[in-house]
Design a protein around this ligand. Sequence first.
Ligand code: BGC
Length: 465
Amino acid sequence: MPGNTHKSRTSNKMMTLFVCFLAALAGLLFGLDIGVIAGALPFIAKDFNVTSHQQEWIVSSMMFGAAIGAIGSGWMSSRLGRKKSLMAGAILFVIGSLWSAMAPNPEMLIAARVVLGLAVGVASYTAPLYLSEIAPEKIRGSMISLYQLMITIGILGAYLSDTAFSYTGNWRWMLGIITIPAILLLVGVCFLPNSPRWLAAKGHFRDAQRVLDRLRDTSEQAKRELDEIRESLKIKQTGWSLFRENSNFRRAVYLGVLLQVMQQFTGMNVIMYYAPKIFEIAGFSNTTEQMWGTVIVGLVNVLATFIAIGLVDRWGRKPTLTLGFLVMAVGMGILGTMLHIGIESPGAQYFAVAMLLMFIIGFAMSAGPLIWVLCSEIQPLKGRDFGITVSTTTNWIANMIVGATFLTMLNTLGNANTFWVYAGLNILFIILTVMLIPETKNISLEHIERNLMSGKKLRDIGSQE
Ligand code: BGC
């Protein structure tokens, strides 16, 4: 009956939307947990009377947990499935949010943030994987950018709620409020279907078919997709042994590591975690100004992510990345110079803020989303799970190093030198991008794989010949 078909088609669309919305909620939580510490830290520091070193650990304990979570979730999501992994992640989100809000001392807070980190690590690995396996082919490409957008919206959400609570100075509410979206995720995940690809990989073809029937418009489409999955499953994942035996695959893994190191050592998270502190250094002594400044940073980060979404497939990865690193180098370089000279007048203060925002735009339009896109494109199918686990884990380890060293760098090198170091690193990344990074625009993943495995130079693995 045509009426029925129409109805079921609409409900299938709703189902797909619901599924994507929930997986994206995991991205939002990722962002909330990254962002929340910026506004909470000054109040935590006052309340617990902690040293700079302890503050660095309060910040970076989460990244430590996330690195472990990312390593573990490769195993967990293939053993237990994507749905159960997401559920475990959501439970950890709830426990970590509540525990960190109630922590009686800095040590407990650090432990609670390790648990939160485990949740973020699981989410950062499993949610994009689940999204890419469940989204219809047409929209699969934009999913990674959407995920990054959700991260930035999460960061902004955290900054806004931090600002709202800053008037009472209650950091426990800042951390505790995240329990609400965490519970939402937990409840929602219970209604998610298993990933059809995972079901098929476990030999449950009939269940996979049933899920696809609920998600796709027609049963022919569902059947075609199941056939494709069946076909691609013939390629066995041989991560570690492939890594040991095949030097071409090793190059892709190292490139993934390099890309993530580059993303983190731009210094973006220095600003994400310590924005109020940076506003203080730039001469904004009032907490309200620092908090609203931080909100503007978060907003610009969201808006500039749209530039990347528009540019990736038009300009390509390499020019966008090169321009992004250049903008970041200039922003950090001028900030360093201003800190060296001294920021005295209000005009100078606002110019410093403009430079900070320019840096944020540079990151959000390039390295933010593009590094994740590239990391998912360069791995050959056989070693994809392994390659992405390694690069995601690298992201968190590098993230931890940046978070754990910023205040020490300020104390030992001084403000200006710290910003100059990051400016210098961004210049180095321009050179590395030109020399090593491939352009993968408009080229099929199979083609990239063929080029890589035939021994082409890394920067040429995206070429058409
Ligand atoms: C990075 C995070 C960063 C965020 C900022 C992500 O791509 O991996 O470390 O905090 O972008 O928007």
